[in-house]
Ligand binder design. Structure first.
Ligand code: NAD
Length: 439
């Protein structure tokens, strides 16, 4: 995302919120707070770099809303991070959490930095940050935002370029700050972040939660549309955490035919269906290009061809902004289930609705990720570890309930599922706001 698109992203979400507020008849002051933010912190902090110099970094933490519970959302390390982008991302978290009906609000953080060495650093070279630099950066940022985060205030998580290792440093540094502030012996406070490795406070089932949630919402939609998913043709864009695991779930559990998968290097097509496990093995172990391309028995196709394939289910699970007013008219699918965030523009949503394509927007379909993150936080607070089966059962309930509430709002107002998600979520946030502030 470019610096400017942070503002566009924010404007886009706000226009959805304003529309939803119209359906709900919300008063002006409520609309003002939901399109604004609750708290934002901008911090600057010095970090010792490997070359011996000190560099000052700028970071943000935005709490869009704590009306329904502590703020929740990732921390992004990227050279294009901006205040608007962080605000937009934190707003996404508020409404996704509300739609999933988890007891958390929305937050997000970010540091303007270049961990992968994608752009020139001040001395003109493109070098990734070392592990030591990343650790010192993370610890300094944690100290800078320590006063406003905490298990019952604001719970960060990984996002772009922030790993479980980074979450581990954050947990450790936060726990040190609390020990210093209280004068108590050091005690690790796991519930301050989610996205930790299993065994270090992480939840079972988090690794495949996003795809599992996509699978549950697709199952519910297919029931409503009377679409038999056995043998149904499925196209998946993106073969990473969301896309690949989704392909495996539909292949294993519905016996659907996954006719196309793609990655950043291109797409493959087999009208008789691909085995996603074999494609994974090809990509990871055998392909010289480390790509799905050239998978034996399949044909390489372009991204353009992928978008125009006749299929029953299309799952954009890589990039934002793939379904636009230019691409949406070319779709030949019955259902779109979005693993990716922001896959569809508002204009494309309207085009798809008018074409009779049933869209499961990312805020609903990929909500399994944040839901199981919430489960991780709950397990940390309880000091317990839920079994994989417990996690799956609870996730299924949240996904099915969110789907049903959205479908009901879509039918009631005669609007797309893409618009209905905001009606449901804004209603819940507005009610919580009124209760919290005694309005
Ligand atoms: P990932 O990095 O594991 O996988 C991304 C995949 O997309 C990779 O296979 C990559 O090669 C592919 N890709 C990149 N550019 C592409 C292109 N131009 N065309 C086709 N494929 C391309 O990421 P992920 O975790 O699976 O996330 C994918 C999307 O899902 C993102 O939008 C992310 O925000 C969203 N999402 C993920 C989660 C989660 O828990 N993983 C939760 C919510 C939303």
């Amino acid at each position: 995302m470019s610096k400017n698109s942070g503002k566009e992203y924010l404007d886009n979400i706000n226009s959805n919120l304003v529309k939803a507020a119209g359906y709900l008849g919300l008063e002006k002051g409520i609309v003002e707070i939901i399109t604004g933010y609750e708290r934002k912190l901008v911090v600057k902090f010095p970090v010792r770099m490997d070359d011996g110099g000190v560099r000052v970094f700028e970071g943000f933490r935005v709490q869009d809303s704590t009306a329904r519970g502590p703020a929740k959302g990732g921390i992004r390390y990227h050279f294009n991070v901006s205040e608007e982008e962080v605000r937009a991302l934190s707003k996404d978290m508020t409404y996704k959490g509300a739609l999933m009906d988890i007891p958390l609000g929305g937050g997000k953080g970010g540091i303007i930095c270049d961990p992968k060495g994608d752009v020139n650093n001040p001395n003109g070279t493109k070098i990734p940050m070392s592990e030591g630099e990343l650790e010192r950066l993370t610890r300094a940022y944690t100290r800078a935002i320590a006063d406003i985060i905490g298990p019952l205030k604001d719970v960060p998580a990984p996002d772009m370029n922030t790993t479980p290792q980074i979450m581990d440093w954050l947990t450790d540094e936060y726990s040190k700050v609390i020990a210093e502030q209280t004068g108590q012996p050091y005690k690790r406070i796991d519930a301050v972040v989610t996205g930790k490795p299993v065994g270090k406070g992480g939840s079972l089932g988090r690794d495949r939660a996003t795809a599992r949630g996509m699978y549950f919402t697709l199952r519910e939609a297919a029931k409503d549309l009377n679409l038999n998913l056995e043998g149904a043709t499925v196209v998946v864009q993106g073969f990473g955490n969301a896309g690949m695991n989704f392909a495996k779930f539909v292949y294993d559990e519905f016996k659907s035919k996954v006719i196309t998968v793609s990655d950043s290097k291109g797409a493959i097509y087999n009208p008789d269906g691909l085995n996603p496990y074999a494609v994974e093995e090809w990509k990871e172990k055998k392909s010289p290009k480390k790509s799905v391309l050239d998978f034996p028995g399949s044909k390489n196709i372009t991204d353009q061809e992928l978008l125009e394939l006749q299929c029953d289910v299309f799952a954009p699970s890589a990039l934002e902004g793939v379904l636009t007013k230019e691409t949406a008219p070319k779709l030949k699918t019955k259902i779109v289930v979005e693993g990716a965030n922001g896959a569809t523009t508002n204009e494309a949503d309207e085009i798809m609705y008018n074409k009779g394509i049933f869209r499961l927007p990312g805020i609903l379909a990929n909500g399994g990720g944040v839901t199981v993150s919430c489960f991780e936080w709950m397990q940390n607070l309880e000091g317990k570890q839920w079994t994989k089966e417990e996690v799956d059962k609870k996730l299924e309930k949240h996904m099915v309930d969110a789907y049903k509430a959205t479908k009901e709002a879509a039918d009631k107002h005669k609007i797309s599922m893409g618009a209905a998600v905001y009606v449901v979520a804004v209603d819940r946030v507005a009610k919580a706001l009124k209760a919290k502030h005694k309005l």
